[in-house]
Design a protein around this ligand. Structure first.
Ligand code: ADP
Ligand code: MG
Length: 345
């Protein structure tokens, strides 16, 4: 279901050199991290000074969208309010098509908060340094390690509670100016409407019967999803790390960070619990999701219906290069959340 990630050890040496420049220390060990959606290496690196950092990187040649998403994530991470339950960006490394490696160190305050040493390049505050380099078209993010374990899949009672609380904290924060409004990044929330107007043979019996009602639930979503709250917008078990000792959750993978209504992440969490599954079974997943939605404004249920349409519609499109598992994942996701959709009709 998830992307197969290459090992960090096979990444271009220039990226490792870039990480060392960002961190101001050499890398003495790496542990690959699997999971997530991008076809690039992700790893926890051990540094000579005893610190650990998380790095993820992707080549534009393998996935142009992921390359763009990682760049967007660097912008979002650097601008998040300090109270956000998110990793701290230490810096980013771009290997351009001109064969130049560009290192951007995060703001000095952010590095200090993460216990980082001053980088060897970049001077005070944000900075950049270019050095000649052979690898082509890579982008890497270096950030603090989120301690704990992925919230799933499958979800657990503890994981749901901690991630729900983190989503509530995020929804109470203002979105920074640099992140786009949700309407700019979620373009297919009218998926049921598009499917209703398309080839009926693409839909199964249940979908044909309910597509009009689902389209009506999702209608006019640009209006009711809009807002000024911070939204992570990709809340999934694999994008949340829970620390069961400290009793807190951190959301990772901020590529889709945006501005919108304050309840959006909790609604997306509800959909993911049913879509990704709960350790205690489908009935427990449905109960947990319903409990979350019941505490939110009615538009949250409409959003879940709209998400179902987005996944189902996108599953009918051609697979993007480098992501062979994406369309089957979307198809399966739309099928798995059907019991939740049925409660909304
Ligand atoms: N800062 C971090 N600290 C520890 N683990 C992380 C961190 N960020 C991400 N991860 C882990 O690495 C996986 C891939 O990272 P993610 O940011 O989700 O990348 P992708 O864009 O490929 O989905 C995540 O599913 C999560 O388990
Ligand atoms: Mg991810």
């Amino acid at each position: 279901m998830f992307a197969t990630r290459p090992s960090w050890r096979d990444a271009p040496a220039e990226l490792a050199a870039g990480v060392q420049r960002v961190c101001g220390a050499s890398i003495v060990g790496s542990r690959d991290v699997h999971g997530g959606m991008s076809p690039g290496p992700a790893a926890v690196l051990r540094l000579a000074d005893g610190r650990r950092v998380f790095v993820k990187a992707v080549s534009r040649a393998v996935s142009e969208p992921s390359h763009r998403f990682y760049q967007r994530e660097a912008v979002a991470l650097a601008a998040l309010p300090v109270e956000t339950p998110a990793p701290v960006l230490l810096g980013s490394i771009e290997v351009t098509t001109e064969g130049v490696i560009r290192i951007a160190a995060a703001a000095k305050g952010a590095r200090e908060a993460a216990g980082a040493a001053r980088p060897e390049t970049g001077g005070e505050g944000a900075g950049a340094a270019d050095i000649a380099c052979g690898a082509d078209g890579w982008f890497a993010l270096v950030m603090s390690v989120a301690e704990g374990v992925p919230a799933g899949p499958p979800w657990t009672g503890d994981g749901v509670g901690l991630v729900r609380d983190a989503c509530e904290v995020i929804g109470a924060l203002p979105a920074p100016d640099v992140v786009p409004p949700i309407g700019q990044i979620l373009t297919d929330l009218d998926g049921w409407e598009l499917l209703a107007a398309g080839d009926p043979a693409l839909l199964d019996g249940w979908e044909r019967q309910n597509v009009a009602a689902l389209a009506e639930l999702a209608a006019r979503w640009q209006g009711w999803t809009a807002g000024t709250a911070l939204v992570h917008q990709d809340v999934r078990a694999d994008n949340a790390i829970v620390d069961l000792v400290a009793r807190r959750a951190v959301l990772v993978d901020w590529s889709f960070g945006c501005a919108g209504a304050p309840w959006l992440d909790r609604a997306r969490l509800a959909a993911d619990i049913v879509g990704a599954g709960h350790r205690d079974g489908p009935a427990a997943a449905l109960r947990a999701a319903t409990k979350i939605l019941d505490a939110l404004p009615g538009d949250a249920a409409r959003f879940v219906a709209a998400l179902g349409g987005m996944w189902r519609y996108r599953s009918t499109l051609a697979a993007p290069p480098g992501h062979p598992t994406l369309r089957p994942w979307q198809r399966e996701r739309a099928r798995l959340i059907r019991p939740l959709l049925a409660t909304l009709l």
